[in-house]
Design a protein around this ligand. Sequence first.
Ligand SMILES: *[C@@H]1O[C@H](CO)[C@@H](O)[C@H](O)[C@H]1NC(C)=O
Ligand SMILES: *[C@@H]1O[C@H](CO)[C@@H](O)[C@H](O)[C@H]1NC(C)=O
Length: 317
Amino acid sequence: MSRLLYYCCVFGALLYTTECKQYRYDYSYDCEVNGWFKLHRIPATWHDAWLRCQLEGAVLASPENIYMNLAIRNVMKNKQAPWSGVHTGIHATFSKGDFFSVEGVPLSRMQVDWMPAEPDNKDNDEDCILMAANGTIADINCNQVHPYICFRKKTKNMVLNGCGTFDQEYNLDPRTGSCYKFHRVPRNWTRAYMTCAAEGGHLAVVNSETEANVLRELFEKTPANSIISAIPGIMRDIMHVGFHDWSERGVWTTIHGMSLIETGFNLWAEGQPDNAPPGEYCGGMFRNGRLDDVWCHERGTFVCEKTPHSLMQEEDL
Ligand SMILES: *[C@@H]1O[C@H](CO)[C@@H](O)[C@H](O)[C@H]1NC(C)=O
Ligand SMILES: *[C@@H]1O[C@H](CO)[C@@H](O)[C@H](O)[C@H]1NC(C)=O
């Protein structure tokens, strides 16, 4: 690092600690690129990696310029794993051979070296770009699973709200002390679970009649005809919530491991659970606030719940 850059960085870090808020506990700040990084060690396909970064409010990191290139390599180096490489945000999944970062920078603009014998577009099926710890890249099949790094650029308009997140769709409800976000884009139960986890929360767990009312009111604000309709097989009058049968057919347990009675709300809609064929194993709620068993694969709206401190640094708790 040049001396000037070093001083910039130290000065920046001082400013940062006094002025800037941490993005979230699982992201670390890099002053040279003025943004935050998170390494995901658990290998995923390119699409899943892209989605998880997106849901975390970030993007799948790409070596768009020499600073980002170095920063990504530093993340890999500092974490000292035998890295064969990480997925980058560079892809040609929209149009074969047209490689761009997810932020739209063409690969031809980036200063990167290919690994020996790459790119080879093996079997005409390699539309994603892997980056090794030494900074070289290769084209790979997007379905290969690799670790990946998410990046969030620091921008001026970032405001940390009372729910401890930059996501302004989370609102604190004083009746329960929890924060809620209604997701109007329908997803299946497992994707809904993933979405809430990425946002630092969890699928809503109904602990009381009061909380059932909070969810009912949120659902009310989203009429059935406003829910995206182009997707076949979506539910408009039932949303996903945080309980499941955990493969114990007919025994319902929350995602926090409690029975519905223990957790404080056990009111099913009339005639439910009915285990409609071929079997309903996931938790749902009707517009009237009563529970239902639903098909896990069916897409529905859902509510994520989080505590205001769920994304805070350890020392701030
Ligand atoms: C960089 O790493 C790749 C993948 O591990 C390897 O194939 C390549 O030879 C390395 N290049 C250099 C210059 O060390
Ligand atoms: C939910 O959707 C994802 C992505 O389409 C899929 O991989 C997963 O298997 C689905 N889950 C269920 C329970 O159908």
